[in-house]
Write a protein that binds this ligand. Structure first.
Ligand SMILES: NC(=O)c1ccc[n+]([C@@H]2O[C@H](COP(=O)([O-])OP(=O)(O)OC[C@H]3O[C@@H](n4cnc5c(N)ncnc54)[C@H](OP(=O)(O)O)[C@@H]3O)[C@@H](O)[C@H]2O)c1
Length: 310
């Protein structure tokens, strides 16, 4: 079978096309493209079927596990695929590791080092117990996230564009510094002992619940990340599609009740809006996927993220 690999403008990406045997899969084609052009490793390639002229629909993305025959008309021995370079990629675990490493390292700098003296605050800094508990809480949170990245999550996508590393690191590292600056500030005023206990108590309960939600999500896929998307069930997932985001938001609320800074609440609002947006998308995807047709179950009624509102 001869496969022509072209760009969206119709230019040949591989001169003369590629000859593959009849049983070749899309993954074999990706390997063949990689052999011919070293920089295009498989996760960098997006292969689609050409759109008919004038068609406004979305192009069919080729599934690496399917055979090329699955995409051919009848006995046709020629196939044209459209190639898009997704740019340099990094593994999801690398992306998450660098995102979370920043806050884990930056926050303690404000607690342990004389940062404020360099910034012009001459008075002796008194460290309040809440500031000490806050650093333990913060570091535990990001350490947990790194451990979950390597040992719990089963990602469906192997890689992400390198540009996301810079974007996501900017988000996590700058918010880490922003919150750390105010919580550890020499002029920081602590809340009452009772408020601190309520805040950290709620936060820790939600961190443990968040971990349990991640274990439930993990059980939906096989160890190699296969299994697609399933209906999450059990614990808070019986009421909320993205119970992991719900517990994540409430654990930041707990941190903010205990530490009470404007910076912390700004982070909470931004994080909650990002997660709400994602949760609505994930909820819609599951409702569409589990529509009760073709032997599939119907998606049960659930809130997307924040009961009883959303
Ligand atoms: N503070 C913040 O700004 C913020 C923002 C985002 C996340 N977080 C935290 O980081 C955690 C991980 O974030 P995330 O966005 O990667 O979470 P996620 O997408 O909701 O889920 C984590 C893992 O479970 C898989 N999964 C989710 N729904 C599934 C389903 N229905 N069937 C099978 N597998 C499913 C995901 O697969 P895929 O690989 O296919 O997605 C992913 O590997 C969150 O739970 C939260 O605690 C914090």
């Amino acid at each position: 079978m001869k496969v022509s690999v072209v760009s969206r403008s119709g230019r040949d990406i591989i001169k003369g096309g590629i000859e593959l045997n009849d049983k070749a899969t899309v993954s074999d084609l990706q390997e063949a493209i990689h052999r011919r052009t070293k920089k295009y490793y498989p996760s960098r390639q997006r292969l689609t079927l050409p759109l008919q002229p004038g068609s406004k629909g979305k192009a069919v993305v080729l599934d690496p596990k399917k055979t090329l025959r699955d995409y051919c008309d009848g006995t046709n021995d020629n196939l044209t695929v459209v190639f898009k370079d997704l740019g340099p990629q990094v593994s999801y675990s690398t992306l998450f590791f660098f995102e979370y490493l920043g806050p884990l390292v930056i926050y303690p700098i404000f607690y342990y080092f004389p940062v404020y003296r360099y910034l012009g605050y001459k008075e002796e800094r008194t460290i309040h117990p809440v500031q000490t508990y806050a650093i333990y809480y913060w570091c535990f949170h990001y350490f947990k996230r790194i451990m979950e990245t390597f040992f719990v999550h089963r990602f469906s996508h192997a890689t992400s564009p390198v540009s996301n590393v810079f974007r996501n690191c900017f988000y996590y590292w700058s918010f880490g510094a922003y919150v750390a600056y105010y919580v550890n500030h020499p002029l920081y005023t602590p809340v009452s002992d009772l408020q601190m206990k309520i805040g950290f108590g709620l936060g820790l309960l939600c961190q443990v619940s968040n971990f349990y939600c991640h274990l439930l999500l993990r059980s939906l896929r096989s160890p190699d990340g296969k299994g697609g998307y399933q209906i999450p069930r059990g614990f808070l997932f019986n009421f909320v599609t993205c119970a992991n985001y719900t517990t994540e938001i409430y654990q930041w609320l707990g941190f903010n009740i205990a530490t009470q800074t404007v910076a912390g609440y700004v982070f909470l609002v931004v994080a909650a809006s990002i997660m709400t947006n994602w949760a609505l998308g994930k909820h819609r995807r599951l409702v569409k996927l589990f529509n009760g047709k073709d032997g599939k179950p119907k998606y049960p009624w659930r809130w997307a993220i924040l009961p009883p509102f959303i």
